[in-house]
Design a binder for this molecule. Structure first.
Ligand code: CTP
Ligand code: MG
Length: 169
């Protein structure tokens, strides 16, 4: 029972790791020009807001892809894992953007907390983007959805303590 759970946990983490890396990298390497260029949507509010930058997006995409390449080198399946890493990273960043887009539409300012959306949006889109290449068994998807919120909150808290992030969530 425990051995199976740990096996499932390891499989889930291994699969979703490029999405985590893509999501975390912008906190360190992001900044500069916002993706929306400071423009507003038809409702007069920012499209994504100043927390979504071009440098953050590109650095996250490259970092997630590099992780996929490393997984490919480690397993001898370079092509599969590099494509998977790229798609997971792209999905994670698009999910993060979509989350900010939705937050701005309901008038939540940049940096405000949107429970569930903040912790799960990126991982759901990462799984969707990766699905043409690989769909994990449902138990693995379930465990990814269960472990991601606490991991996300934990790493954000550490990032805050390390003064990388203004807010602890
Ligand atoms: N970041 C970035 N570019 C991105 C995504 C994130 O530069 N594409 C950086 C920003 O400095 C951002 C930080 O990573 O403040 C944390 O990301 P996140 O929590 O997703 O953004 P928030 O500032 O909370 O903004 P939002 O309310 O839109 O989620
Ligand atoms: Mg945030």
């Amino acid at each position: 029972m425990w051995a199976e759970l740990i096996q499932l946990l390891a499989t889930g983490l291994w699969f979703i790791l490029p999405a985590y890396v893509a999501n975390a990298t912008p906190v360190v390497l992001g900044g500069g020009r916002p993706i929306d260029g400071g423009r507003v949507f038809i409702d007069g509010r920012p499209i994504f807001g100043p927390g979504k930058t071009i440098r953050g997006f590109i650095s996250g995409l490259i970092a997630g892809f590099i992780l996929g390449v490393l997984q490919g080198l480690a397993t001898g399946q370079l092509h599969f894992y590099s494509v998977l890493g790229f798609l997971l990273a792209l999905g994670a960043l698009m999910g993060d953007l979509l989350g900010s887009f939705i937050k701005r539409r309901v008038n939540l300012e940049r940096g405000s907390a949107a429970p569930v959306l903040d912790q799960l949006g990126f991982v759901v889109l990462a799984l969707l983007f990766a699905s043409p290449v690989s769909v994990p068994p449902w138990e693995v998807i379930l465990i990814i959805l269960v472990i991601t919120p606490p991991i996300h909150l934990g790493t954000n808290f550490i990032g805050h303590k390390l003064k990388l992030k203004e807010r602890p969530y």
